[in-house]
Design a protein around this ligand. Sequence first.
Ligand SMILES: O=C(O)CCC(=O)C(=O)O
Length: 251
Amino acid sequence: MDSGKVHDLKATFQQDGFLFLPAFFSDKQVEEMNKELTKFIAEVVPGLPSNKVIYEEKDNPETLKQLQDLELHNAFFNELMVNSEIEKLAAALLNEKVIGKNVEYFNKPPRIGKFTPPHQDAYYFNIKPRQAVTVWIALENIDEENGYVSYVAGSHTKGMRPHGRTQTIGFSQSITDYGTPEDEANVIACPANPGDVLIHHCMTIHSANANTSSFRSRKALGLIYFGASAQPDLEAREAYATALKAQLATV
Ligand SMILES: O=C(O)CCC(=O)C(=O)O
């Protein structure tokens, strides 16, 4: 990617807190990602610890919803994240070297794939400074029906919002005061074609629709990068753990 283009993307990212990059990956590359994923699900997932595999319906393999740390088990996904074009772009956006932390798989199974509640990733990450991005790759056509992602443009500059427990497996936290007139005025829905890429800052508020289709899945990958300067925020980590404990005690 030439430096003029990167310069423009950085300006948009700084202003909106997210980027939409149409056709970043070719059809052939997406086909390869889907092929690797199918193989991964058949061969690796059965041996993974249960905290790395989330089903929408407990232990029903037909309803696979999320996978974590694909890069630890598969060279293809590792190469997608490490020393890749995507990594270079993440580093340019954060203005520093980055470290790939996690390759995740996000699916919403037909009919039962739940709404992704509005949240800020930094609430889960607990890092200081809050230097991180998620690169989200559409693996198929994703629209209102099967669950497109929406962002609140500019929300990354407005601080951390209060989060509270949800009943959504895989996304346990949601912004409790979400839906202010300012949120509503700045929501941008991002329908995507296979190979389109979204990149969001860890402070940008985002959510995704439920999958209401009776037969379409909604497959995407998420690659998380932390800036090299990001360190564990021990105070925030402790506050998060305490809040979780209190939430669980009331269940
Ligand atoms: O794909 C989704 O539904 C949500 C993804 C997400 O929250 C993220 O990438 O941070």
